[in-house]
Design a protein around this ligand. Structure first.
Ligand SMILES: Nc1ncnc2c1ncn2[C@@H]1O[C@H](COP(=O)(O)OP(=O)(O)OP(=O)(O)O)[C@@H](O)[C@H]1O
Ligand SMILES: [Mg+2]
Length: 425
């Protein structure tokens, strides 16, 4: 019997750092260990203090190692932050001379051509995600390999990030004693964990509301159409409450989680919370509707920012599966209804599926990213793929200062994309 393969993931969030390790099994991922630490040195998804962030990573990794009884020397790491941006690009190539049939190497060359956009020297391409192929003028082709033709075009979605911000994440991980197997846009990982094949096909918007950022990925006809990282998240709701209630952040956080709601009128008029604002000697009763009055405008702002991203990606009719909300911020009561009203699309809150083992701690929406990162790792370490949402970096991206002590599974570009195509469609 072959030895089970392990996958390691690290989600470096604004509020928490989570490390998880799992075995790849036929039925899905069997979680072996999870470690979590309060995040330090991260603001709005970006590193602001390397040493403190590295401490938090080391703490989370240590806990995961202890639970799993396995040494973790590298991980697939999630990436977010306001420095992320995306654009669409097109690559065109002639099908290899002497052949009249598209081969995997032609697809690889077309993707390389799409990749050859001019990116400023201070930015780096993170992902090149094929959307559709066109063979001799016939567009909408999902798997071009094997098709007859002489001209191959690919439409691709390209995600880029600031070199320095990316290098800081790598530095933090190295400082914590780990290598980076791969860097993955956090929302793509979250999408892996929470949306079904059917939803991807019908068109869906995945929104991961974290502490510092709200990350959006729009999928249309089975492929990625648009991605964005918005610099506002659940911590802004807490901050608003702290100001409005004149209390500290910790109290505001507890009040938000226990009594917070986005919609005033759904709450009974007499429901109250008792707390002692700063400068008061005696506790006061605050109507829960007043909390909603504070929370509502911020929740609406987030929903409106998401709606603007959806509009950029295409008409509502392209997204029949609606909006899937995940991340800890999605637990805010009344938020799905708010999103539904603002976007005019159905909205649901989703948590990661298909886990077994020691998965109690990572069952909620706030752990979608770490679960998706493990799925990503499972696919690219030669495991049985759970699902295919996007392409890898083609093995071409180099991280300055990256030390790879653990060899990655050899997988030539052509083969990787060939496999990607079969899995995506
Ligand atoms: N039950 C709850 N009700 C409302 N909000 C909640 C609840 N649980 C968590 N949150 C909020 O979710 C946010 C944290 O979400 P999450 O753990 O997904 O963030 P993160 O991954 O650390 O951050 P980011 O993705 O922005 O880097 C916090 O703002 C927290 O207040
Ligand atoms: Mg997150």
């Amino acid at each position: 019997m072959s030895r089970p393969r392990h996958v390691f993931a690290l989600d470096l969030g604004t509020t928490k750092v989570c490390c998880a390790v799992a075995d790849i099994e036929a039925a899905g991922l069997r979680v072996l260990g999870v470690g979590e630490a309060v995040s330090r040195g991260v603001r709005k998804g970006a590193i602001i203090e390397i040493d403190r962030a590295a401490e938090a990573v080391a703490e989370a990794v240590d806990l995961a190692e202890k639970m799993a009884g396995i040494a973790i020397d590298s991980a697939v790491v999630g990436l977010a932050g306001g420095h992320i941006s995306s654009q669409n690009s097109r690559g065109v190539v002639a099908v290899g001379a002497g052949r009249r049939e598209v081969g995997p190497q032609d697809v690889g060359r077309a993707i390389d051509a799409a990749r050859a956009i001019s990116v400023p020297s201070d930015r780096r391409i993170l992902h090149v995600l094929p959307q559709q192929f066109t063979v001799d003028g016939q567009d909408g082709v999902r798997d071009a390999v094997g098709m007859a033709g002489s001209r191959l075009e690919v439409d691709a979605h390209i995600v880029t990030g600031a070199q320095t911000a990316i290098q800081n994440v790598v530095k933090v991980v190295h400082k914590a004693g780990l290598d980076v197997d791969d860097l993955v846009l956090q929302v793509l990982a979250s999408a892996e964990a929470v949306v079904s094949e059917d939803e991807l096909e019908r068109g869906v918007i995945v929104v991961d509301i974290g502490g510092g950022t709200t990350d959006v990925a729009v999928f249309s006809r089975g492929s990625i159409a648009h991605t964005a990282v918005l610099p506002v998240g659940g911590n802004h709701v807490t901050g608003d409450l702290a100001v409005g209630l004149r209390c500290d952040i910790d109290t505001a956080e507890v009040v938000k989680r226990s009594f917070g709601h986005c919609l005033q009128l759904t709450l009974p008029a007499d429901a109250e919370v008792t707390l002692t604002p700063m400068g008061y000697d005696e506790p006061v009763n605050v109507p829960q509707r007043y909390l909603a009055e504070i929370i509502g405008p911020r929740a609406r702002e987030i929903a409106q920012l998401v709606a603007a991203q959806i509009e950029m990606a295409g008409p509502a009719s392209h997204f029949a599966a609606g909006v899937v909300l995940t991340g800890g911020g999605a637990l805010l009561r009344g938020f799905p209804e708010m999103v539904q009203t603002v976007t005019d699309l159905p909205a649901r809150v989703a948590a990661p599926q298909g886990l077994s083992g020691m998965n109690d701690e990572i069952q909620g929406p706030d752990h979608a990213t770490v679960v998706g990162l493990m799925r990503w790792a499972a696919r690219w370490q030669g495991g049985k793929p759970a699902r295919r949402l996007s392409a890898p970096d083609g093995g071409k991206v180099e991280l300055r200062g990256r030390i790879q002590t653990r060899p990655r599974v050899a997988d030539p570009v052509g083969q990787r994309f060939g496999r990607w195509l079969r899995q995506l469609f």
